[in-house]
Write a new protein. Structure first.
Length: 289
């Protein structure tokens, strides 16, 4: 587990933060899954390498994770550390395949025309991670699948709103072009970091879709599984607060640094999520004002 845990520690990710609520065996499983996700995402984002080279590298990871899922011996260290958890939790290759399809979308697509196209991307890179994660967390009600899908889309849309500036610096615009046209925002304005009231209304519209997914996740989470989903609930709380912070800034991500929660805010959310789960105050901390 040394490689996976090292990747997780270095990431400073909000996802890695949620592992603190897990017992050690599940924490190790999530560290291994996170390390895999981080590795393939980093390959796709390494723009100093030619696209064909990155595509070939991802194909090698796809072959290796298929090897692991079939019970044979994988070659890559991260995949070797993940394999025992694939076997223990019966993680299906089909979900890893879908995740890799999402990662590969970043090799070819820098614009999304519609919300539907963007949602497919969100499903692949975020909801699928949720579907794999709930297998490691353990659940009893199959409705947890809907919970994972909705929450994944909510988190990814929040990420997209937070990262508009950094994505634009790489010539990527994830906000749907149909919505840019609707609110009369030109792609060139986003690429040069030009904030306007028109951009605010565009971002607000996307945020409303994120709100809907947070609410759907809140309503889909089965009561019987709320305790086992504590790490996911912490993620929901953290990203909901990020969305609120973006809203208070009127989505102006161009004139300041990245929107983040402070260490103190994160510690507060960890404590509050832990307290609410273990005392039976099980209403989610997101999705409603």
């Amino acid at each position: 587990m040394q490689l996976s845990e090292s990747i997780t520690r270095k990431s400073a990710s909000n996802l890695a933060l949620a592992f603190i609520l897990l017992p050690k065996p599940k924490r190790e499983g999530m560290a291994a899954l996170y390390a895999f996700c981080r590795a393939v995402d980093d390959i796709a984002d390494e723009e100093s390498r030619p696209v064909d080279e990155r595509r070939a590298c991802l194909a090698a990871w796809r072959a290796d994770i298929q090897t692991a899922c079939s019970g044979q011996v994988p070659q890559l260290g991260v995949v070797r550390e993940l394999q025992p958890f694939i076997a223990r939790h019966k993680l299906p290759y089909s979900l890893f395949q879908e995740l890799l399809r999402g990662v590969e979308m970043d090799l070819d697509i820098k614009r999304y025309r519609t919300h539907e196209e963007l949602e497919q991307y969100c499903y692949r890179v975020a909801s699928v991670v949720g579907l794999l994660s709930i297998e490691i967390f353990g659940f009893r009600d199959p409705k947890c699948h809907d919970y994972a899908v909705h929450l994944g889309k909510a988190l990814q849309l929040t990420n997209i709103l937070r990262d508009v500036r950094s994505d634009a610096e790489r010539d990527r615009i994830y906000l749907p072009l149909s919505e840019l046209e609707r609110f009369q925002v030109k792609p060139a304005e986003i690429l040069r970091g030009q904030y306007s009231e028109r951009f605010y209304h565009l971002a607000e519209n996307v945020a409303q879709r994120a709100h809907c997914f947070y609410l759907q996740a809140r309503e889909a989470l089965p009561a019987i599984d709320r305790r086992s989903m504590a790490p996911a609930e912490l993620m929901g709380s953290v990203y909901w607060r990020l969305l609120e912070k973006l809203e208070r800034r009127r989505f102006n991500v161009f004139d300041s640094g990245p929107t983040r929660l402070s260490k103190g805010q994160k510690l507060f959310l960890i404590f509050r999520t832990w307290y609410r789960v273990w005392t039976g105050a099980l209403v989610p901390n997101y999705g409603v004002r």
